[in-house]
Each structure stands twice: as C-alpha cells, then as structure tokens.
Design a protein around this ligand. Structure first.
Ligand code: PGA
Length: 269
C-alpha cells in the first residue's frame, strides 16, 4: 500500500476519548491451580493498594480455572475472558469448549485470532469469523487479534496484512455487531520477545486500523472501538504506549503473570 493511501486512511479519523480503556491479561498456558489461585489473590491485594480508575481489567486464565476466576471476579470489578473457543456450537468435538458453555459460567470476553493460534493451530480467517459470530450470539465480546510478522514489516507489507486480517475476520459483521468488538494489534515480532513496538509504530498502526474501520463502518463506530496494543508491553513501557491517542489499552502476556506489574500497567494511563 502506498504511503499516500495509508495517510489518507489515517487522516479520515479525528481521535477522541469516547471509547473504553481496557487492560487484558492473557495468561496463556501458565500456572498450576494453586499458583493461579495465588495470583488472583495477589491481584486483589494490588488493586486494594493501587485502585484503578476508569479502566476495564480483564483476566484470561486457562479455561480449567474459570470457576476460580469468575468467583474472584464476582468480588471485584474485573471481568473474565478466555483464550479460545470452539468454532462449533456443540456435539462430538472431543476436547473443545463451546461458546454456550463459556456463557453459562459468566465469561464476558474471548481472545480470537491470537498469532499463536493462527500459527500453531493453523486457524484460518474463516474459522475466526465463525468463532466471532458464535461469541456475539451469546453476548461474549471478542478481543480480535491482528498483527504482522517481522518479514512482512520489513517488506513494508504490514498495513496490507493487518487490513486483510481485520477485513476477513470481521467485516462481514453488521455495524451493531461490530460495536461489540475489541481489536488488539499485536505485531508478532513483539510477542514474548522483549522487543516492543515503539510508541510511534504503535500509534501509526492503531490510527491506520481505526481508519480502516472508519472506511467500512463510519467515523462514529471507529471512534468507539477500543484498539489495544499487545507485544512485550510491561510496567516500564506501558505509559508511553498508552499515551498515544489511538492506543486504548493493552493485551498483556508475560507481565500479566506478575500481579504488581499487571496492576501497574492498568495504572499507566
Ligand atoms: P507478551 O504477549 O506480552 O508476553 O509479549 C502478549 C500476547 O501474546 O498477547
């Protein structure tokens, strides 16, 4: 995509503060039961000492610990999400968890299209679109992940790739369905690597994504969409990343496993 086209898309949107700020922790495949329990208690302690203001906290533990997490969430302002859902509604799909099951235990968010699922489980855009449809039917908000690989950025294809991912996964939705989507921009080269996108790179891409949403659904809806940054976001760099107009929070992996860091990130706006 030429720079002119890219800038035209970015300039269509005037930023403001209508949208929710969200910090979501993606625990991935970490923590044994006792450790998960302990981490939830530590998060409560941290929250008591450093209350957060105007930020929605979401925790996405392994699904095995959902009961533990939802009990804990009942006593706090935290909402619970999961890291994946089956694309099938019910039936003979050994090992899978359906959206109906998640909804029956008060799950409110679900990460969809994380680059690890796209890479290791070969999830396609079509499957992701099905999962999004199922989640919306049951009132669970998808946190839809998009982001380019390092080679794609080096080949200057990052805008094109991100636009393709969002269009294929989400642009079949009606405007009212889309209003329930949270987008997470996670450059793959920044996930778990300790290399974070610079605040300028993050702002540039977030503004671009908002522009792409605006082209499809109009400025108002684009302005209301929360776009999170993910990829080696930590207690040290969160403030600089979140100070950008189009960065509405973070999807946090490694740093969400340390209560002090996770709450410090949520206090970084
Ligand atoms: P990270 O992971 O913060 O450990 O880089 C982020 C993610 O994968 O969502």
């Amino acid at each position: 995509m030429s720079l002119v086209v890219k800038n035209e898309i970015i300039n269509q949107v005037t930023p403001n503060n209508m949208r929710s700020k969200i910090v979501a922790g993606n625990w991935k495949m970490n923590k044994k039961f006792d450790e998960a329990d302990e981490l939830l208690y530590q998060i409560t302690d941290e929250l008591n000492n450093n209350p957060i203001d105007n930020v929605q906290l979401v925790i996405c533990p392994p699904s095995l610990y959902l009961e533990l997490a939802t009990d804990f969430a009942d006593a706090s302002e935290i909402k619970i999400g999961v890291q994946n859902v089956s694309e099938h509604k019910s039936g003979a799909y050994t090992g899978e968890i359906s959206v109906e099951m998640l909804s029956s235990v008060d799950v409110e968010f679900c990460i969809i299209g994380h680059s690890e699922r796209r890479k290791y489980f070969a999830e396609t855009s079509e499957q992701l679109a099905n999962k999004v449809n199922n989640l919306l039917e049951f009132g669970i908000e998808p946190i839809f992940c998009i982001g380019e690989q390092l080679e794609e950025r080096e080949a200057d294809k990052h805008f094109e790739i991100v636009k393709k991912q969002i269009s294929e996964g989400l642009f079949h939705l009606s405007p009212s369905e889309f209003s329930n989507i949270v987008v997470a921009y996670e450059p793959v080269w920044a996930i778990g690597t300790g290399v974070t996108a610079s605040p300028e790179q993050a702002q540039e891409m977030h503004a671009f994504i908002r522009g792409v949403i605006s082209e499809k659904y109009g400025t108002e809806l684009a302005e209301e969409t929360s776009i999170l940054y993910g990829g080696s976001c930590n207690a040290k760099n969160a403030k600089e990343l979140f100070s950008n107009t189009d960065v509405d929070g973070g999807l946090i992996g490694g740093a969400s496993l340390v209560a002090k860091d996770f709450i410090a990130i949520a206090n970084s706006f």
